[in-house]
Design a protein around this ligand. Structure first.
Ligand code: SAH
Ligand code: SF4
Ligand code: F3S
Length: 461
């Protein structure tokens, strides 16, 4: 059993852990009581995420004590941050495994068995390994993640990720394209390229122009190459881009490539220039907005969502009002909003944590309110328009679900005999909810010129 507590990168790692174990003859189970091995894949981006781990381990303790042969492992970012210390803190833990050590898992399990070694948290800096997905034919997927870079050199002052994921390492384009291509041939229709600053990607070994300046076109070239070489794909997304690396070439790619959605999630963190400076984000609100506007002008109806932090050290009411201004000025249609959480070893620790919890809470609520209103207004504005929905799931209510070209969540009302999994459908929006849309199928399946091979796993109805 593999339990995931973190971000998309964590989700991606959990899949790779399952695949490594599958190759070792393990079968997957969702029930802790039946498992011989329990891997908890952790996150440490905020204190709350670490608490989740501790309470989960507490719940697993009686099971471990009742069945000593069960192997209990902690993987992911807390594992990397704490290393062998975690074994002391949690005496009933068997194994601690860093995010770069997933391929070493079988050897480590043998070591645990033999009582030789119980932790490995070493970054693969010299020869980075990027694990490709080995999809399970029993459980075909429509949407998949593909890693293009690991680690982060940005060092935003609040963030623990550079510690838990290490220095930046880039994956060669040939490897990326080969993985996307093999996934698409296996039936995957949407690929999300993953990296902490995904749009800073460049071909490893090829010098970037300027010391830390991004290549003008490397990431955009990668997107173009995937679009050209993987005709079976219906959608190509990426997360998370850094505003510093939104180049004119990337904007041009959005205008040009039908494959890219008309939406980008572009973390902003704050609207106050003073706070952005203390966060070391290396842009002002005006510069962020300039990049945001250039993206929005790439295609009609282009939308943006973002990540925001409230209560960063020294954040005044005036700073916070600048954040509300940014939300309005950028017209975000969604946002993940967080209260600042001091993290061990980060530079922001020296600034203290001087915004009282009550004030953080109150700012978070006000921020939610503004974002929620913008989201509702945006979704309402789509009623009676046409959306292109990539169908990715079927809900418990029997309704098909998917995402529009702008990544809005869409519930679909279709004729009962239609089985559209993995299809790109045209539908009319009939109703807007707080966070999603209801659309009615017109039977108009989208058949753009560059698409598509029939889905291997699709029933022949
Ligand atoms: N690499 C991505 C985000 C990684 S972490 C990027 O830069 O966009 C995801 C989000 O968690 C961040 O965007 C930020 O909003 C939030 N976050 C990171 N550290 C935090 C902290 N110490 N306290 C509160 N939120 C934090
Ligand atoms: Fe953290 Fe900043 Fe890197 Fe994102 S860009 S992972 S917020 S240090
Ligand atoms: Fe992701 Fe959390 Fe690690 S956000 S990179 S799992 S610290």
């Amino acid at each position: 059993m593999v339990q995931t507590l973190g971000c998309q990168m964590n989700v991606h790692d959990s899949r790779r852990i399952r695949e490594v174990l599958r190759d070792e003859g393990y079968e997957s189970t969702d029930e802790a009581e039946l498992a011989d091995l329990i891997v908890v894949n952790t996150c440490s981006v905020r204190e709350k995420a670490e608490h989740k781990l501790m309470s989960l381990l507490g719940r697993l303790r009686p099971l471990k004590e009742a069945r000593r042969d069960v192997v209990l492992a902690v993987a992911g970012c807390v594992a990397q941050q704490e290393g062998a210390r975690l074994l002391k803190k949690v005496p009933y833990l068997d194994l601690v495994l860093g995010p770069d050590n997933i391929p070493d898992l079988p050897a480590l399990l043998a070591d645990v068995d033999a009582g030789r070694r119980r932790s490995l948290t070493v970054f693969d800096l010299d020869s980075p390994r990027f694990l490709s997905a080995a999809p399970d034919p029993e459980r075909p997927e429509v949407a998949c993640f593909v890693t293009v870079m690991k680690g982060c050199d940005e060092r935003c002052t609040y963030c623990i990720v550079p510690t838990t994921r290490g220095a930046e390492r880039y994956r060669p384009a040939d490897e990326i394209v080969a993985e996307v291509s093999s996934l698409a041939r296996g039936g995957v229709r949407e690929v999300t390229l993953l990296g902490q600053t995904v749009n800073s990607w460049y071909e490893p070994g090829v010098a970037r122009p300027g010391l830390r300046a991004p290549s003008e076109s490397a990431f955009a070239d990668l997107l173009r190459r995937i679009a050209r070489e993987v005709p079976e794909l219906s959608r190509l997304r990426y997360t998370s881009p850094h505003p510093r690396h939104i180049t004119p070439a990337l904007v041009a790619a959005h205008a040009e490539l039908e494959l890219l959605p008309a939406h980008v999630h572009l973390p902003s963190q704050s609207g106050s220039d003073a706070v952005l400076k203390r966060m070391s984000r290396r842009y002002t609100q005006a510069e962020y907005l300039e990049r945001a506007e250039s993206l929005k002008s790439a295609r009609p109806g282009f939308t943006l969502s973002t990540d925001l932090i409230v209560g960063f050290p020294g954040e005044t009411e005036e700073d916070f009002l600048h954040t509300l201004d940014l939300v309005r000025n950028a017209g975000f249609v969604a946002a993940f909003c967080f209260k600042y959480s001091p993290r061990p070893g980060t530079p922001a620790l020296s600034l203290g944590d001087d915004v009282p919890e009550g004030v953080k809470q109150e700012r978070l609520a006000r921020l939610f309110e503004v974002v929620a209103e913008q989201q509702r207004a945006h979704l309402r504005s789509l009623v009676d328009t046409e959306v292109e929905v990539l169908v990715t799931a079927r809900g418990d209510d029997g309704r098909w679900q998917g995402r529009s070209q702008r990544h809005e969540k869409v519930h679909l009302e279709l004729a009962p005999d239609v089985t559209p999994m993995g299809e790109l459908l045209r539908a009319r929006v009939a109703e807007a909810f707080d966070h999603s849309l209801l659309a009615v199928g017109r039977g108009g399946r989208l058949e753009p010129k560059r698409r598509r091979l029939p889905l291997a796993q699709e029933p022949s109805t």
